[in-house]
Design a protein around this ligand. Structure first.
Ligand SMILES: *Cc1c(COP(=O)(O)O)cnc(C)c1O
Length: 469
């Protein structure tokens, strides 16, 4: 007896799912960008039934239970956090990957999943203009991509310092100095912890006002350090200021001190897809490894990130699994040789499909259009009394201070925008100030969306200023 529905029923369920999911995305019933935690009758917290329910009914029940608590991350007004809009072609490709049931682990399990990742990796290196013989792992996101990259870095710098990490692990290893900007994205600190590095190994370097390295301070710290093994973490696109480190200078320092240079470019590295804007991330190509997201600026559905490593040998040695029953991937790509997981979703299909759908020019146009939209927004609101755009680098992110007598103008403006049913924005504290953040990362958002947003911001800000006066 099978526990699966028949082919006919299965077909009906998939069609129903497509109809319901599309409804949440487009038209009258599209989701509000701002999720309001629901008190609904059809919540998830119901007893597990003794007997299984009808499959179609279950999918409808899921839609009813989930919908009130879903946020419209695919909507153009979703500007909270740095979150991509899940390109519909990527969603379709992901559904196919799931329906085909592919485990992307090793080549022999799914040659197609391996070939799709191999092709996607090539496109990625080309679009980001990174060394073409780098190896690429398809991870869950930039956090695990950084984990993968830094695992390779750890192996490499310890080996150069004469320590056999593969045999001894971290036991009795020479000290590894990790240079990290005080203001680096929090995930990097977590990743270092997972890799066995504590605060004693982390050299937190002061930053400039935009959150990038004070390179003189870094240079002084590296000069006086005696640790024989070194890793430097740099940032392409600071989460608050959008700023980029001076990669040319960092690369020269790393060369002098035999350090591994890693770039966290979760969203910012995509600026290299634009011929006009790539100068902002100039020199990033000199690093040893990069972590970059697919599910943010590239619009791949969640989850998808890339670990890009210049030295394939260290990448593979850090990640590869060897077991008698696993085929040897000497010539063919075993996806699991490049990320921590063995069994996982075949991410390459969505990457391949979205990149084909957009094309090189589509990616370039999207990046430029988002940056232009952010620029328009900055220009329009920085003229307002009491409003200050804090960014120095206008990428696709804005951090804005709204200062009025009652103090917290940013929070009040955020609340007004979120209540409109069209937007979702949030505030964050940075350097002692409460700032309203706008992230223009959705594939559906462009310069045309800015004028109505500016009108809403002006109306909200006037209401707040009047109430405070
Ligand atoms: C989002 C982000 C990360 C973490 O990426 P995930 O995909 O959420 O794992 C790391 N660094 C920066 C700069 C980010 O914006």
């Amino acid at each position: 007896m099978s526990c699966f529905p028949s082919q006919e029923v299965a077909q009906g369920i998939l069609e129903k799912a497509a109809r319901l999911a599309t409804k949440g995305r487009y038209g009258e019933q599209a989701l509000d960008p701002h999720p309001v935690p629901p008190a609904s009758q059809d919540s998830f917290d119901v007893p597990l039934p003794r007997n299984g329910r009808d499959p179609g009914e279950v999918i409808e029940a899921l839609d009813r239970a989930a919908r009130p608590g879903l946020s419209g991350m695919t909507q153009p007004g979703f500007m909270s956090w740095v979150i991509g809009g899940s390109h519909p072609v990527g969603v379709a490709a992901d559904w196919m990957a799931a329906a085909w049931g592919q485990n992307a682990c090793v080549y022999d399990a799914s040659p197609a999943a391996a070939e799709a990742e191999a092709a996607g990796a090539k496109y990625l290196l080309d679009v980001l203009d990174l060394p073409r013989d780098s190896s690429v792992g398809f991870a869950t996101g930039a956090t695990m991509a950084a984990f993968t990259s830094l695992a390779a870095a750890r192996l490499c710098v310890l080996e150069r310092a004469g320590h056999d990490f593969e045999r001894k692990g971290l036991c009795g290893c020479p000290e590894v100095a990790i240079y990290i900007a005080d203001d680096a994205h929090v995930t990097n600190y977590s990743v270092l912890r997972y890799l066995g590095f504590g605060s004693n190994q982390m050299r937190r370097i002061p930053t400039r006002t935009d959150g990038t390295y004070d390179c003189d301070a870094l240079e002084r710290a590296m000069e006086k350090d005696t640790a024989p093994a070194r890793i430097v973490l740099a940032q392409a696109g600071h989460i608050m200021s959008g700023a980029f480190d001076d990669f040319g200078r960092l690369a020269a320092l790393c060369k002098r001190h035999d350090a591994w240079l890693h770039v966290d470019g979760a969203f910012g590295l995509w600026v290299r897809a634009s011929r006009r804007l790539r100068h902002i991330a100039e020199g990033a190509e000199l690093a040893d490894s990069w972590s970059v997201d697919g599910h943010k600026w590239l619009q791949i559905p969640y989850d998808c990130g890339f670990a890009v490593i210049r030295h394939e040998e260290y990448h593979r040695r850090a990640m590869t699994m060897q077991a008698g029953y696993l085929p040897d991937g000497e010539r063919r790509r075993n996806n699991s040789d490049y990320v921590p997981e063995l069994s996982r979703r075949a991410r390459g299909f969505a990457v391949w499909a979205v990149m084909h759908c957009l094309g090189r020019k589509g990616i370039e146009d999207m990046v430029e259009s988002h940056c232009h939209a952010a620029h328009l927004l900055a220009q329009a609101i920085k003229r307002l009394d009491g409003v200050e755009v804090v960014n120095q680098q206008c990428l696709n992110q804005l951090a804005v201070a709204f200062e009025c007598q009652s103090g917290d103008g940013a929070e009040a403006v955020a609340e007004a925008l979120n209540a409109s049913g069209r937007y979702f924005v949030r505030t964050a504290s940075w350097r002692g100030r409460k700032l309203l953040r706008f992230s223009i990362t959705n594939g559906d958002t462009g310069p045309d969306d800015i004028a109505p947003l500016v009108d809403q911001i002006i109306a909200a800000w006037q209401a707040v200023s009047l109430a405070a006066a």
